[in-house]
Design a protein around this ligand. Structure first.
Ligand code: NDP
Length: 251
């Protein structure tokens, strides 16, 4: 956990960073924060109006001109990911950072009542889509001198919990995939891959999962950005295959 990390103002200067689920919640905060620290951010998500608002906020703050990439992980095909790689290759020629942040909660419900279609959807958005997108983008990351891939995990991706169904399983799969990929990329020191658990954070997803909770007891997406910046920037070079937390556990 690097919540006390003090990033240099130009930490991500000249870096091209893609953030999924960039229109809302933690992804929105990460996109704004990465741009504020100098990154050219590619805003990927399914609701274009939200991405446009983030785009405008980055421009208004004087950050490097971002790009918008509309994509819904539900229904996205391998071709979509390869077209994406081709477009990014033409536009930028490389990719220095990839924050897998988009996520779907599904339903908190006893497993006996879990709808199998919803289960598939959650697995598609939280793990299968991100895996094939990563495969398509790896050649572009190999063009970077110092590339960071971050997968977003959860406490239920490290210890299962009753009723959390596909969400928990998708986050366990995320942790497993990070282990596999980090081990494979071990000798290619230019790409690191880690998993990051944001911890309880004041967003719509958290409100849906814990409707009785007072959101003002929670850290905001902005509060947890130091760890997101540390992992994306050069200060974490050499750190790979790790399971990190963006905030200390709540007491
Ligand atoms: P939000 O629900 O606030 O934001 C999720 C983002 O993912 C939204 O921008 C959403 O787009 C996007 N998204 C959802 N489904 C799709 C899809 N099919 N295709 C493309 N984009 C999609 O959640 P958080 O910000 O809270 O969560 C961000 C990440 O952090 C997730 O991976 C979550 O699992 C993880 N996490 C969050 C915790 C918390 O306490 N908040 C705790 C532990 C983990 P749109 O706005 O258009 O719906």
């Amino acid at each position: 956990c690097k919540i006390d990390y003090q990033p240099a103002p130009n930490l991500l200067e000249n870096r091209i960073v893609l953030v999924t689920g960039a229109g809302d919640g933690i992804g929105r905060a990460a996109a704004l924060s990465y741009a504020q620290h100098g990154a050219t951010v590619i805003l990927l998500g399914r609701t274009i109006a939200k991405l446009e608002r983030v785009y405008d906020e980055i421009e208004a703050a004087g950050g490097p001109q971002p790009a918008i990439f509309p994509l819904n992980f539900e229904g996205a095909t391998l071709k979509d990911f390869h077209d994406m790689a081709e477009t990014l290759d033409k536009e930028f020629g490389r990719l220095d950072g990839l924050l897998h942040n988009a996520g779907l909660l599904g339903r908190i419900t006893p497993f006996e009542q879990y709808n199998p279609e919803l289960w598939q959807q959650v697995m598609q958005v939280n793990i299968n889509g991100p895996i094939w997108m990563t495969q398509a983008l790896l050649p572009l990351m190999q063009q970077s001198e110092d590339a960071s891939i971050i997968f977003t995990s959860s406490s239920v991706g490290r210890k299962g919990r009753a009723y959390w169904g596909a969400y928990s399983v998708s986050k366990f799969a995320t942790e497993g995939f990070v282990d596999v990929l980090a081990d494979e990329l071990n000798n290619q020191s230019n790409i690191r891959v880690n998993s990051l658990n944001p911890g309880a954070t004041r967003t719509q997803m958290r409100r849906t999962a814990f409707p009785g909770e007072d959101p003002f007891t929670l850290r905001t997406p902005e509060d947890i950005m130091p760890t997101y910046l540390w992992l994306m920037g050069p200060d974490s070079t050499g750190t790979s295959g790790q399971k990190l937390d963006a905030q200390p556990p709540r007491v």
